[in-house]
Design a protein around this ligand. Sequence first.
Ligand code: TXA
Ligand code: MG
Length: 326
Amino acid sequence: MPAPTTATDQAIADAAAHLRAGRLVAFPTETVYGLGADATNSEAVAQIFAAKGRPRFNPLIVHVHDAAQAAEYVTFTPLAHRLADAFWPGPLTLVLDQRGPSSLSDLVTGGLTSVAVRAPDHPIARALLAATARPLAAPSANRSGRISPTQAAHVAADFPGHEPAMILDGGPTAHGLESTIVDARSDLPILLRPGAVPVETIAAALGVSVLRTEADAQRPNAPGQLTSHYAPRAAVRLNATDVQPGEALLAFGPDVPAGVGDMINLSPSGNLTEAAVNLFAALRMLDAGGARTIAVMPVPDTGLGEAINDRLHRAAAPRPADSTLD
Ligand code: TXA
Ligand code: MG
């Protein structure tokens, strides 16, 4: 198992050299850990798909230092400028039209004419982007379909045989959930993936409504939003109000059923921000405990609860028979 490296200035310089040489580096962002590659180098980007076992049609988010760097690769609409001004650097990803001809690898976009871009708000990610001076393609640093990593140790556990050249350790991530993805190509934002910035926050900041598309598992709008995702090995049972024999409990709030053995409470006080931070690590821990099923108490669907419930529904979804999820 590759050991995470403390993210000293020297380690960041070494990581940037690996990236510029076409190798993979895992690094912390404020949402989850990313598995980064130089987005202009197809051989490097191909290694991301191999390491994750990720379908090639599922495009990657391009991480940039700031909006000026993003504008080298995508066309900013007036809406995109407003969103970037309000939320960058931060956990909001913008889907925009690619500017052609572009130096981005075609593998990054999976053949789409759009590109997803985001400027992360994490000192290590920003230092790495500055030192590398390349756009970095970086999906969450987990095997495809599995639980996203919020700690360096999660990344280290996930890639036997396909180790990144380095895993930069920045401790547990601040938000615990991936970025919110918004299509910003027209006048109104369209939500493609709920995430660390609640929809209500975007609507309030811009004074506009955020449109939603019909969820369609067969033709997802964000192509990676396949139904089964974030899957632990255990089965997942939602909206649990009791616990059956052999089940572990993922609890939320103060009213927990009595007499539960294996239990983690996402937030005893019922705080959604705290629950988001704890969600993925809690799923991994309950899974490691060996329960056949993880029963999950209901979580309110407002604010960050929308993104938490999105992840929980995908964790509970039927898994493909020819699963790459093992
Ligand atoms: O917080 C995050 O966004 C993390 C950190 C590492 O930045 N990254 C992340 O990447 O969650 P990933 O690959 O796990 O999820 C990216 C999602 C996928 O669902 C993918 O289909 C979607 O973004 N996506 C990428 N490019 C797109 C595009 N051009 N149009 C629509 N969706 C896109
Ligand atoms: Mg992911």
